[in-house]
Design a protein around this ligand. Structure first.
Ligand SMILES: *[C@@H]1O[C@H](CO)[C@@H](O)[C@H](O)[C@H]1NC(C)=O
Ligand SMILES: *[C@@H]1O[C@H](CO)[C@@H](O)[C@H](O)[C@H]1NC(C)=O
Ligand SMILES: *[C@@H]1O[C@H](CO)[C@@H](O)[C@H](O)[C@H]1NC(C)=O
Length: 329
């Protein structure tokens, strides 16, 4: 090869390296993230969707159903709905529940959560956000594309309410798993003005591990005025870092949770059991008579030392006194 050609190739190769260098971090994280996402994809039946994301129309595939405080029925609130004032009582608080990956809002656990919430918090508007078509994509697509998209629509809905003088501090978001991250992203865009987030074992894979995407892209303390996180599968399907104002840590937040210990399940199903335990706990504690408390412990070289009777306690869930810190149970 003539010398000029060699030089040209060398220069080209060098410029490729330089261009690639900016994307190097992305590439490296993809190499580590893809296998984790693949394990999660392999654990769901039917296999998740891999194509057709762009052909879905968000406004038709992300649905919001709300019930006014006294109403016996839910009404669909459309995006840009001009009759939102008739579907939500603006003088009462508003709660929105957001399901997780591969789920929808009409599963047994959400029916149970909804009926108990409405029964024990009768003065609130209650909405279910259903993003099922987007939740059916493979984990990588759902985490990287569905979550920001759904969050953007939820943000638009809440922002429109605030334009109509609905006070955002009266809004409560309850999000499980990827729903927890959707709550976070929607609230972030509203500069932390949302009153409360209950993040039920918010999703960890591709948010905090193997790489932390950073506080602008996942749940963090400043997203809302008060954030309670219930951790039940830290660094597995749940988020690793402790980020809430108030954090409840059954079994220190790790798998296996009590009801999931003796189950003859595959590892991933048994971790999923621990993951869902956050919803179970939250739902159980909606009843003011169902008192489940966590306790603050002494931290010794990074390990909590819990002495019964010593240390502040607080209740898991909506009846919490909102003491800040980490509570073990
Ligand atoms: C917010 O309001 C604008 C203007 O009316 C509308 O176009 C948009 O669809 C609304 N967004 C949501 C999510 O409701
Ligand atoms: C909205 O809630 C207030 C306060 O409870 C109540 O007085 C009012 O009648 C409700 N409005 C509608 C339209 O239901
Ligand atoms: C919820 O699921 C049940 C049973 O699968 C079904 O009969 C019902 O129509 C569903 N409701 C909604 C609102 O989709």
């Amino acid at each position: 090869m003539p010398f000029e050609r060699k030089a040209l190739w060398a220069a080209l190769a060098l410029s490729c390296v330089l261009v690639a260098n900016g994307q190097m971090v992305d590439l490296l994280s993809y190499v580590a993230e893809a296998p984790l996402a693949a394990v999660l994809d392999a654990s769901v039946q039917p296999p998740p969707r891999t194509t057709g994301f762009e052909t879905l129309v968000p406004q038709e595939n992300i649905r919001l159903h709300c019930a006014k405080p006294s109403a016996a029925y839910y009404e669909e609130v459309f995006f840009g709905d001009i009759s939102v004032g008739q579907k939500i009582n603006f003088s009462q608080p508003l709660t929105v529940v957001i399901h997780g990956w591969t789920e929808n809002s009409n599963l047994t656990q959400y029916n149970s959560l909804s009926s108990r919430y409405r029964r024990f918090v009768p003065d609130a508007n209650f909405c279910l956000l259903d993003w099922r078509p987007y939740a059916q994509f493979n984990y990588m697509t759902a985490a990287r594309k569905s979550v920001p998209l759904v969050a953007q629509l939820l943000f638009g809905f809440l922002q429109n309410l605030s334009v109509l003088y609905y006070p955002l501090e009266r809004v409560t978001l309850v999000g499980f798993s990827m729903g927890g991250q959707i709550s976070a992203l929607a609230s972030k865009s509203l500069s932390g003005r949302i009153g409360t987030i209950y993040a039920l074992d918010p999703a960890g894979p591709l948010f905090t591990h193997p790489f932390d995407v950073g506080t602008t892209k996942r749940l963090t303390k400043t997203d809302a005025q008060f954030i309670q996180v219930i951790y039940t599968s830290r660094y597995a399907i749940g988020m690793g870092p402790i980020v809430g104002h108030q954090n409840f840590l059954p079994n220190r937040g790790y798998h296996p949770q009590d009801p999931c210990k003796s189950l003859a399940l595959s590892l991933i199903k048994s971790i999923r059991c621990s993951h869902e335990y956050a919803v179970t706990l939250f739902t159980a504690t909606l009843d003011p008579a169902a008192v489940i408390t966590g306790q603050k412990c002494i931290n010794i070289l990074g390990s909590p030392l819990c002495i019964p009777g010593i240390g502040v306690t607080d209740r898991v869930g909506i009846h919490s006194k909102r003491f800040q810190g980490d509570f073990y149970l």
